[in-house]
Design a protein around this ligand. Structure first.
Ligand SMILES: Cc1cc2nc3c(=O)[nH]c(=O)nc-3n(C[C@H](O)[C@H](O)[C@H](O)COP(=O)(O)O)c2cc1C
Length: 248
């Protein structure tokens, strides 16, 4: 497989074969390679908690709204912004850290997500399946508790990993012309929006989602069912409180 076809053919895998074993060392080996990803000032402002035991997975599952990939996975990886380690080093070396602010938190988020995605690519290239769980930022306080995360550590990306089983459909993407702007940003006309979203709207599964949710348009499935304003606002407050509690 060439590089381009790996990227265009990859897909999220939500169902894993529990009879296959993936050892902590194998995961650690991939995480070591992933750590060569670019990161802010080479400070590596992240940690990852690799959960392989069923008891801790069971404790994590409700925080991920019991998404089945948690229990069927070989491991649940919780990628965290981590200033705890770096600041301890600073203090032990007579250096005063000035990282209890939003700008520093953003460095951490960017580094952590790049690291997580580098791991995902390496895992997929090794024949494994992965699935991000966005629920990590919904129920971050519960996840922090289950994983014993100390002050200055915030979970921002969860990835389940395992040996794929069953079919994982390939999902659509917008045409590249929809997302690429030459030289400067060119704002979208109404016609552009119609053109860009027409293929997605014409997919048979889109009609299914609209019918299932009793909606008139696919966009309403996003705004009124999947990612509702009241949920987004509630989980924003929960996450903002956690970030403040963790000293950012
Ligand atoms: C930040 C993030 C959060 C996600 N959260 C979930 C999730 O909670 N559950 C899930 O099944 N898939 C989740 N996904 C996977 C996306 O649904 C998936 O990447 C997207 O639909 C495109 O499909 P593909 O990866 O197969 O191309 C998430 C992906 C990302 C990047």
């Amino acid at each position: 497989m060439n590089t381009e076809s790996y990227f265009s053919e990859r897909r999220t895998v939500r169902s894993y074969d529990p009879s296959r074993k993936l050892t902590f060392n194998e995961i650690e080996h991939m995480l070591e390679a992933a750590a060569h990803a670019p990161n802010t000032g080479n400070m590596q402002l992240y940690s990852v908690v690799v959960t392989t035991d069923d008891q801790t997975k069971k404790a994590l599952a409700p925080a991920h709204f019991n998404q089945p990939s948690v229990m069927s996975s070989q491991a649940v990886l919780t990628f965290c912004v981590d200033f705890n380690r770096f600041e301890k080093w600073c203090r032990q070396r007579n250096a005063a850290p000035g990282y209890n602010n939003f700008q520093s938190f953003m460095w951490g988020v960017i580094d952590t997500v790049i690291y997580a995605q580098q791991f995902v690519t390496i895992a997929e290239l090794n024949g494994l399946g992965t699935c991000y769980l966005g629920t990590v930022t919904y129920n971050a306080p519960e996840i922090a508790k289950v994983l014993d995360l100390p002050a200055r550590v915030v979970p921002v990306a969860t990835v389940t990993v395992g040996y794929p089983t069953g079919d994982s459909p390939k999902s659509d993407r917008l045409p590249v012309s929809a997302i690429v702007h030459a030289d400067k940003y060119h704002d979208y006309t109404e016609d552009d929006i119609n053109r860009i979203y027409s293929a997605k709207e014409a997919l048979p599964e889109s009609a299914g989602f609209i019918a299932e949710n009793g909606k008139e348009t696919l966009a309403q499935v996003f705004t009124d069912a999947r990612y509702k304003k009241e949920d987004n606002e509630y989980f924003s407050r929960v996450f903002a409180d956690l970030i403040r509690e963790q000293g950012f």
